[in-house]
Design a protein around this ligand. Structure first.
Ligand code: SAH
Length: 367
């Protein structure tokens, strides 16, 4: 055993991996691409199995580096096929990630079923939105790039091992636990790694990052063009937004909307505004009028998310009629509003239901 601390390779974006392999370990430059592919494409974490590297390089890597993915502490599968993983990170913290089967009907030539994966970016969350389970945990720490992408690698390995059909993870949404723009550097590194042509080669058009609106970060993220943007709006005026999401509302709605007006968009690209529908709270006729004013200035579409009940909140989910009525009223004002079907509710895997505590998991199981 060597005394030097092992370098965690899944935390290194390509240029840093290159520096480590070439400058620190003295290996040939073309080895970097091979190692990158073993890590990201082939999903192999045992250096001994990297058969196209010379024995000496494999031995050196084992001495100086490691590839550690999160471990699966629990898996729950919903009646609708949604799968929620409770993952344990190296320091014992827990996060959740969810695989959601795609809605699109399978065409005969589709090789495999398609999934969307919902990724967490922080352990806990500092934003404390009043309706969200993750907010209850408070903020514990940022996830590293390797931990963010470890969710993808663990899910890929799980699908590979358990599903004869080998479904493909086609879309990624950064909509799990945490606020991505408060962990911007690691989130951007994770996006660059996902999109690396010699790695998983994800297109930015298949990735969406959701934020409650963080002033510092929005501009940099927009200019990067690394993914689509979704914004958790949830209220059409500052007063109500302040009640529902007090910390996010520190950035006044007016200013958030102004930032969205000048947000760089590609041709035909639109910002997604997420709107949690809470019965009697934000689905009244005046809210429709306010939303119409907001949408008139933006290239945006509205995603309606029916509120998923979470413990100890005063809120009520809308009935299907209330939801339809709100949707129709928005359409009547010329707003493109789409109800996002909630999946995985029976296993607390839906929006706002991720909380990753052992106690919570134990309660769920006991229920
Ligand atoms: N912090 C980021 C990423 C989390 S995305 C953000 O706020 O966008 C998770 C989405 O689920 C957010 O739009 C969030 O507001 C929403 N959500 C939170 N609690 C919910 C609940 N109880 N029911 C439905 N959606 C909820």
């Amino acid at each position: 055993m060597s005394d030097t601390k092992l370098v965690e390779l899944c935390d290194l974006p390509y240029p840093e991996l290159e520096r480590f392999i070439v400058e620190k370990l003295g290996m040939k430059r073309f080895r970097v691409g091979q190692i990158w592919q073993w890590i990201w494409v082939r999903n192999v974490s045992d250096f001994a199995a990297m058969t196209d590297l010379p024995q000496a390089d494999r031995a050196l890597l084992s001495e100086r580096a490691s590839i550690r993915w999160p471990s699966i502490a629990d898996v729950r599968v919903s009646g609708d096929g949604t799968t929620k993983f409770l993952l344990e990170l190296a320091d014992g913290e827990h996060v959740e990630t969810v695989l959601i089967p795609s809605d699109a009907p399978r065409r005969p030539h589709d090789a495999a079923a398609r999934m969307t994966q919902c990724l967490s970016t922080q352990v806990g969350c500092a934003m404390a939105c009043s309706f969200c389970s993750t907010g209850r945990l408070g903020f514990r720490r940022n996830m590293t790039m390797g931990e963010i992408l470890g969710q993808v690698q663990v899910a890929r390995a799980y699908l590979h091992d358990t599903q004869p059909e080998r479904p493909i993870i086609r879309n990624l949404v950064y909509m799990g636990m945490g606020e991505p723009l408060l962990n911007l550097a690691n989130v951007m590194d994770s996006l660059r790694t996902l999109q690396h042509p010699r790695g998983l080669a994800f297109s930015p058009r298949r990735i969406t990052v959701s934020t409650c609106g963080i002033e510092k970060g929005m501009k940099e993220f927009g200019e990067s063009g690394l993914a689509f943007l979704a914004v958790s709006l949830h209220a059409p005026n500052q007063r109500l937004r302040g009640q529902l999401m007090p910390r996010a509302a520190h950035w006044p709605l007016e200013e958030l909307l102004a930032a969205l007006e000048s947000y760089p968009l590609k041709t035909r690209e639109r910002i997604t505004l997420e709107y949690l529908v809470i019965a009697g709270v934000n689905n009244q006729p005046e809210h429709v009028r306010e939303l119409a004013r907001i949408c008139a200035h933006l290239k945006a579409k509205l995603n309606l998310i029916p509120y998923n009940p979470t413990p100890d909140t005063p809120y009520r989910a809308p009935t299907p009629e209330e939801l339809l009525c709100f949707e129709k009223a928005l359409w009547a004002k010329g707003i493109t509003a789409i109800v996002r079907k909630s999946k995985g509710q029976d296993i607390e895997a839906a929006c706002g239901q991720l909380c990753a505590t052992h106690e919570a998991q134990a309660e769920q199981k006991g229920a």
